[in-house]
Design a protein around this ligand. Structure first.
Ligand code: EPZ
Length: 419
């Protein structure tokens, strides 16, 4: 096991480049197994979730050629397995996308129930409801989801909950279903648009991704393509918040500003001096953070994935801030860890009240999920003294070379092997 030792009281300066979007990539790779010809994916983030997915794809029988610098080519022709192994599936939540993709390719799949971050209950009832509506039989036994269908037939599906995963999985399953499928009350995240663009590039017929309704007209066969993954808006937001929290001057490059509008709007309220360019954001400091109130919502609302990351700077604000987590129950596990560093935060139901005027002090803390882990890195950079963060395997699942990128901006983070 490894941990991070984070030097406190640093100010970040310099420039950093965002990697490709994790939450696009972890869906596009399983989706590539539906293709009829080779698929090249560029700008993949070099993170553990991607390495695990590549292992899974090779286990299922497809060939994968690593072209270097975040580019791989998948040859799906030799795919012959439709059951995935627990030891790989349990490492990441996104393994459930193999349900939609293998159902389309083989009309059957057996996938162990997904793993992933402990953000409270993470049911997949909306995925199952949609698969059944398309004509599949779905059973859960011995900890695995077994799904099969003679024929998938287009239909109308209204999601009870706005779910990124269900939206994507049902898009995958509807691509070669007979006739038209209308998905309503769907998630509108930019990653969904990215995946729909990839699917259309291999021959699917999908209209409306990024809106409340997605129309899919089933097609007979799918080809290959070469696809560039969009920049990771959550990684970009992480670096923007790290820069603002340390009152630094940092240029974050290779972003799509539109994807971060809910964050940049809030940062202005927070008192961050910010310049937004065509594909970059320049943070020019935040000398006097103001208390703000945040409510997380599905896109285009404030992202739940940045909720933990904005907490550290709130501990410095002049007054108390309130964060309401509307997407996940139980996504406040990082609060106890921040309190070990001296933060004064009270959780009341779905809200956390963060008292300002605190000076954090370095402590031994544990990352409970990847975004909580990144938030502890930011808190460690603010704190007096050193912070030791364990559980950093969570961070490595979703951030490419995070300590290298932060150290290039002046942070002092060491990755240490635990005896
Ligand atoms: C995706 O998770 C992301 N993960 C999460 O990012 C992100 O926080 C989340 O979307 C919300 O934006 C990936 O894309 C791999 P949901 P997902 O289905 O798809 C409930 C990160 O940090 N729900 O949109 O699992 C669910 O319990 C990760 O990168 C049902 O009730 O999230 C939650 O309360 C963490 N039934 C809400 O919907 C279902 O069938 C949103 O979940 C599905 C979801």
């Amino acid at each position: 096991m490894e941990h991070f030792v984070v030097k406190g009281e640093v100010t970040l300066e310099g420039e950093v480049v965002t990697s490709g979007a994790k939450n696009s990539s972890v869906a596009i790779l399983p989706a590539a197994l539906m293709a009829g010809s080779p698929v090249t994916v560029e700008n993949l983030p070099l993170i553990d979730d991607i390495f695990t997915l590549i292992e899974l794809i090779e286990y299922l029988g497809a060939e994968v050629k690593t072209n270097g610098s975040g580019s791989i080519t998948i040859y799906p022709q030799k795919l012959q397995r439709w059951e995935a192994p627990y030891e790989l599936v349990s490492k990441l939540r996104a393994s459930y996308y193999f349900l939609g993709s293998l159902l389309t390719r083989f009309k059957k799949a057996v996938i162990p129930l997904p793993g992933g971050c402990p953000l409270g209950p993470r049911p997949i009832d909306q995925h199952i409801k949609g698969f059944r509506a398309l004509g599949a039989r779905v059973g859960i036994q011995h900890g695995s989801i077994r799904i099969e269908a003679e024929q998938l037939t287009g239909t109308e599906i209204y999601l009870d909950v706005v779910s990124v995963g269900a939206t994507i999985n049902l898009m995958l399953a509807a691509v070669t279903a007979q006739g038209k499928t209308l998905l309503e009350n769907v998630a509108k995240e930019p990653e969904i648009v990215d995946i729909a663009n990839f699917l259309n590039a291999i021959g699917a017929n999908i209209v409306g991704a990024g809106t409340d309704e997605i129309k899919i007209t089933g097609v007979k066969e799918l080809g290959g393509t070469s696809h560039m993954v969009i920049p990771d808006r959550i990684e970009a937001g992480t670096f923007i918040l790290a820069a603002a929290s340390t009152n630094g001057r940092v240029l974050i490059k290779d972003i799509i500003p539109k994807h971060l509008e809910s964050l940049t709007a809030k940062l202005k309220e927070l008192g961050v001096d910010l310049e937004v360019g065509e594909d970059w954001v320049y943070v020019k400091g935040c000398p006097c953070p103001q208390p703000i109130n945040i409510k997380t919502f599905p896109y285009p609302g404030f992202p739940t994935d940045l909720q933990a990351l904005i907490m550290p700077v709130m501990t410095k604000a002049k007054g108390s801030s309130v964060i309401t987590e509307n997407v996940f129950e139980g996504r406040f596990k990082h609060v106890d860890e921040l309190k070990r560093m001296g933060a004064n935060i009270r959780v009341d139901g779905r809200s956390a009240i963060v008292e300002g005027g605190c000076s954090l002090s370095g402590a031994q803390v544990r990352a409970t999920d990847l975004r909580a882990g990144a938030a502890l890195m930011i808190a460690g950079m603010l704190a007096k003294g050193e912070t030791v963060i364990s559980g950093i395997e969570h961070i490595d699942r979703g951030y490419e070379k995070i300590e290298e990128k932060l150290n290039s901006l002046g942070a002092g983070i060491k990755r240490v092997k635990q005896e």
